[in-house]
Every structure is written in structure tokens, then in C-alpha cells.
Design a protein around this ligand. Structure first.
Ligand code: PLP
Ligand code: FVT
Length: 429
């Protein structure tokens, strides 16, 4: 009996499934979620005092590791001045300037409180700008839990087997068109079917909610070309990839200019933050400049802005992405090596500070069908074994992993030694 177990028993009485977000519930891997009370650098400590090497990083924000002294200091200084004003405040101006300076495709940005709000609002702007109602997304991608996006969605929706959620009105769901990731023909077919009706193509430029699937060469370029040809907006959801894979996000890494972009996670450093932005022709439509209503009591919150700005400062240090990318690559290559040695078929991938691993005979996975066809039982056994070893991986085969600048060589070595033991046991089972 552990404190985690006791807490989960209490939580289940008063919270649906005992959690405030489904991906935390261990639904796909069995067992009970671990409750944490403290985190520092690459490590998290559960309520029973066990230490874990963390590869979730609060699902992406903790790119500099947990409790980074500079971020904590910035937050404490902001807290001392007040928690929220409900008025404009200096930090949000600096934040908007900084994001627009870093991401060339943005003329303006609107701060919100989550990735869900960012995607929901950006879609509204794309629909208003084009006067069209349908849009294309990709099976297995996740853009938060706004109604329009919960149709064949990835992440927890997929993990729980409700990719198309009950409660989403049929009339609205019909406007969401799903294409296949990395398959331009599937996108073009939808444009041909509805040539004047598609407001935008919304895409995670590197899919991180069906494990980790980078775009095949030409895929994002092709989306740009199709959007231009059919008068639709290209909407990059960089909630996960923004400031994680490159200083300019996936759009900088691959050299593609979207019309609208969503951010979250890293720009909030662990505070509830999202943002969407784009070219002036779109952003001038957003209230109060224009008629597209979008608002938030806590949007641009001064404490959240202080945290996010401190994070952006840290990741702006020379060599940050080179080091992060190198650690992530070492981890993914190491996993591949120990899997190969154990005779367990696995495909691994690393992009910037994101990684994925698939239990599959194929040497790479390019779409949702292939991700879903991987050996999910093996994933479950691996996850459970690694958790016991003190390695905290995402509790689902449909999530990307995250590395931070706080992960050291010894963290990676410790992780790979654990993986060797766990995969060795799995190969004998
Ligand atoms: C690509 C992407 N978009 C949107 C979201 C939604 O963000 P949030 O959970 O902050 O609402 C997430 C993650 O949850 C995400 O990974
Ligand atoms: N890939 C999933 C997420 O990043 C979101 C976490 C959550 O929904 O709790």
C-alpha cells in the first residue's frame, strides 16, 4: 500500500477516473497512476519518495528541466507583484514581441490559456477569413479537445478508444475532414471533393500525438501548395513542436511558412499558456481589431508571462538546441541499439527534443494506421518495466517523448541500462 494508491482511491471518488486529464490515468498500460509531489531538473519524486527520470516533462513545457532556478525566480518576482490584473500588463507585450521576432511567419499573436484554446480560436479565424466551414485535419493528430477537433483525434482520445467523442454535434463533426498524415493524395482528394469549402488544413508538422512521426520529405511543402491552390489557410499546430525542435519551431526546421500557428507548452514553462498568431490579414480579424470574437479572463496572465519569458530566454542561449538534439539522439539511438541486441523489433525516431519508439518490424512509421498496428502489448510491458526501474515514460504508445536540457549523460546511461534489462526480460517472455 502506497500513498499514491491511497490518493488515487480518494481521487476516484470525487474526480472522473481520478484525474483531471485522461492521459494521466494509465488506462492503456494498466496499474494505477503515480502521484508526484516534487520535480527538479530531469527528475520527478513521487509521494512515496521514489525518484524517476522523467521523459514527459509535463507533456512538453519543461524543456529546461523542472524547477529551473531562473524560471522559479522569475515566477516568484511576478507573484510578489500580484497574480492577475485583468488589464494589459508589460509582460504580455514583451512576450508578443519576442514570439513574433523569433517566428517570421507571425505579424501578431494572441495569448490564451491552453493549446486547446489556441487551436479552437485559430480555426475560428481561418473559417472567418475564408468564409468557409469545412477543414482538413489528420487522423491521429491532436489539437486539444474543442468539438471540431475531436473527430478521429490522437493522444488520450485514441488511447481511450474515443477518437470521435460522444457529445460532439454531428452537424459540426461533418465539417471536420480527416486525411492521412504523410499522404498528399488523401488531402488532394478532399480538396477536389470540396474545392470551395475548405477553410484550412490543420496539421501537427511533426505528429506527436500518435507517438512521434516526422513529415516525409515534400509532405509539408505539398500542403502549402495545395492550400495556395485551393485558397485555404495552412494552420500549423506547434503547441508541441514550437520552440522544441528548433528555435523557430517545425516551420523553421523544415522551411515552410504557414498562415496561422498555434503555440503552448514551452512558451508557458509549465504555467497554463497557449497562443495563436499569423499574418496580419488573419490577425486583423481578431476582436477588438476585427469581428472574430476571442477572449479570456486570465489571458496574458503576468505570472505565466514571466515564466514563459524566462523559458524563452534560456532556450535562446547559444548551442541550446544542438545539445538538446544530441541528448535526444543519443537516447533514441541507444534504445534502438538495446532493442536490436535483445532481438526486439523496434523503430526509433528523434527530432530536436522530441523522440518516439515503436514496437514494429518496419524500420519507420509514417501514419496513424501504422502506429496503431504496432505491438501495444509489448509497449505496455516495456512501460511497466521501465516505471519499476524509475524511468517515467508517457503511459501510452500514442504519445511522443520529451527530453530536457537538464537530462545528463548519466540520466541517458541509466535509462539505457534499465531498457536493456527490461527488453531482455521481454525477449525471454
Ligand atoms: C499538438 C497539440 N495541440 C494542442 C494540444 C492541446 O493543448 P492543451 O492540452 O494545453 O489544451 C496539445 C496537447 O495537449 C498538442 O499536443
Ligand atoms: N499529447 C497529449 C498532451 O500533450 C496533453 C496532455 C493532456 O491532455 O493531459
Amino acid at each position: 500500500m502506497t500513498l499514491s494508491h491511497d490518493l488515487f482511491a480518494r481521487a476516484r471518488v470525487r474526480m472522473p477516473g481520478g484525474v483531471n486529464s485522461p492521459v494521466r490515468a494509465f488506462a492503456a498500460v494498466g496499474g494505477e497512476p503515480v502521484f508526484f509531489e516534487r520535480a527538479e531538473g530531469a527528475h520527478m519524486f513521487d509521494v512515496d519518495g521514489k525518484r524517476y527520470i522523467d521523459y514527459i516533462g509535463s507533456w512538453g513545457p519543461m524543456i529546461c528541466g523542472h524547477s529551473h532556478p531562473k524560471i522559479i525566480e522569475a515566477v516568484q518576482a511576478a507573484v510578489a507583484k500580484g497574480l492577475s490584473f485583468g488589464t494589459p500588463s508589460p509582460g504580455e507585450v514583451t512576450m508578443a514581441e519576442k514570439i513574433c521576432e523569433l517566428i517570421p511567419s507571425l505579424d501578431q499573436v494572441r495569448m490564451v490559456n491552453s493549446g486547446t484554446e489556441a487551436a479552437m480560436s485559430a480555426l475560428r479565424v481561418a473559417r472567418a477569413a475564408t468564409g468557409r466551414e469545412r477543414f482538413i485535419k489528420f487522423e491521429g493528430c491532436y489539437h486539444g479537445h474543442a468539438d471540431s477537433f475531436l473527430v478521429k483525434a490522437g493522444s488520450g482520445a485514441q488511447t481511450l478508444g474515443v477518437p470521435t467523442s460522444p457529445g460532439v454535434p454531428k452537424g459540426l463533426a461533418e465539417l471536420t475532414l480527416n486525411a492521412k498524415f504523410n499522404d498528399l493524395d488523401s488531402v488532394e482528394a478532399l480538396f477536389k471533393q470540396y474545392p470551395d469549402e475548405i477553410a484550412c488544413v490543420a496539421v501537427e508538422p511533426i505528429a506527436g500525438n500518435m507517438n512521434c512521426i516526422p513529415p516525409e520529405p515534400g509532405f509539408l511543402e505539398g500542403l502549402r501548395e495545395l492550400c495556395d491552390r485551393y485558397g485555404a489557410a495552412l494552420l500549423f499546430d506547434e503547441v508541441m513542436t514550437g520552440f522544441r525542435v528548433h528555435p523557430q519551431g517545425a516551420q523553421g526546421l523544415y522551411g515552410i511558412t504557414p498562415d496561422l500557428t498555434c503555440f503552448g507548452k514551452v512558451i508557458g514553462a509549465g504555467m497554463p499558456v497557449g497562443a495563436f498568431g499569423g499574418k496580419m490579414e488573419y490577425m486583423k480579424l481578431v476582436a477588438p481589431s476585427g469581428p472574430v470574437y476571442q477572449a479570456g479572463t486570465l489571458s496574458g496572465n503576468p505570472v505565466a508571462m514571466a515564466a514563459g519569458l524566462a523559458n524563452l530566454e534560456l532556450i535562446g542561449e547559444p548551442g541550446f538546441y544542438d545539445r538538446l538534439g544530441e541528448t535526444t539522439r543519443q537516447l533514441a539511438e541507444g534504445l534502438q541499439r538495446v532493442a536490436d541486441e535483445a532481438g526486439i523489433p523496434m523503430a526509433t525516431v528523434a527530432v530536436g527534443g522530441m523522440f518516439g519508439f515503436f514496437f514494429t518490424e518496419q524500420n519507420r512509421v509514417v501514419n496513424f494506421d501504422q502506429a496503431a498496428a504496432c505491438d501495444l502489448e509489448r509497449f505496455k510491458a516495456f512501460f511497466t518495466g521501465m516505471l519499476a526501474e524509475g524511468i517515467y515514460l508517457a503511459p501510452s504508445a500514442f504519445e511522443a517523448g520529451f527530453v530536457s536540457s537538464a537530462h545528463s549523460q548519466s540520466d541517458v546511461d541509466e535509462t539505457l541500462a534499465a531498457a536493456e534489462r527490461v527488453l531482455g526480460q521481454i525477449s525471454k517472455a
